[in-house]
Design a protein around this ligand. Sequence first.
Ligand SMILES: *[C@@H]1O[C@H](CO)[C@@H](O)[C@H](O)[C@H]1NC(C)=O
Ligand SMILES: *[C@@H]1O[C@H](CO)[C@@H](O)[C@H](O)[C@H]1NC(C)=O
Ligand SMILES: *[C@@H]1O[C@H](CO)[C@@H](O)[C@H](O)[C@H]1NC(C)=O
Length: 189
Amino acid sequence: MEKLCAILFFCSLLISITYATPNEAITEAEKWFKNLSQAKPKVAKLHFYVQDAQGELNATVWEVARADITSISPTTFGQVRVLDNLITAKPDRNSEKLGRAQGLITSSDFEESALAMNINFVFNSGEYNGSTLCILGRNAILSKNRELPVVGGTGVFRMARGFSISNTYSYDPIQNYGVLEYSVYVSYV
Ligand SMILES: *[C@@H]1O[C@H](CO)[C@@H](O)[C@H](O)[C@H]1NC(C)=O
Ligand SMILES: *[C@@H]1O[C@H](CO)[C@@H](O)[C@H](O)[C@H]1NC(C)=O
Ligand SMILES: *[C@@H]1O[C@H](CO)[C@@H](O)[C@H](O)[C@H]1NC(C)=O
């Protein structure tokens, strides 16, 4: 019994030490949050390309689920794919790497080729290194100037809101390889 008490005491001590250790991220967040009411909104315009590699070789887009109807649906209704696409500064896949576009795309329209998108742009170079932008919306992939909402962000882009305009810059049907051009307009604090 005494042994058990000692163990319990030691455990609770450990837990309280863990909680008492200052957490830099929390301290920074508290400071940032206190200042939020005075913060002036900032704006940013980003322009980049997304390498949409769907072909078997080195594909960065993979199907993870489909419905019974998907294979006979003209719009592949019910297909769910997960992707981790390279973001580059220029259309060339070997140009400067800016980050990744990661998330889920679901074919969710019976009439038209359109995706429900839940994508995070994860930047890993330059002034936005470590920051993310979250895109959530409908993408009619055969249309021009597809507008998608930016619903949030992290890091530099905390509290981001905005939208993006995207177009298919090029598509190679043999390799099943697309290059998508994105212009993103965001305000954040
Ligand atoms: C708080 O906000 C003001 C006004 O936007 C800014 O000048 C100042 O640098 C901010 N301070 C901190 C600690 O973020
Ligand atoms: C796949 O990746 C390898 C190694 O990075 C590269 O040599 C090859 O060209 C790539 N193939 C395609 C089709 O992108
Ligand atoms: C981005 O940030 C990470 C983590 O802070 C760092 O290790 C890396 O060198 C940075 N990359 C660039 C290109 O600045």
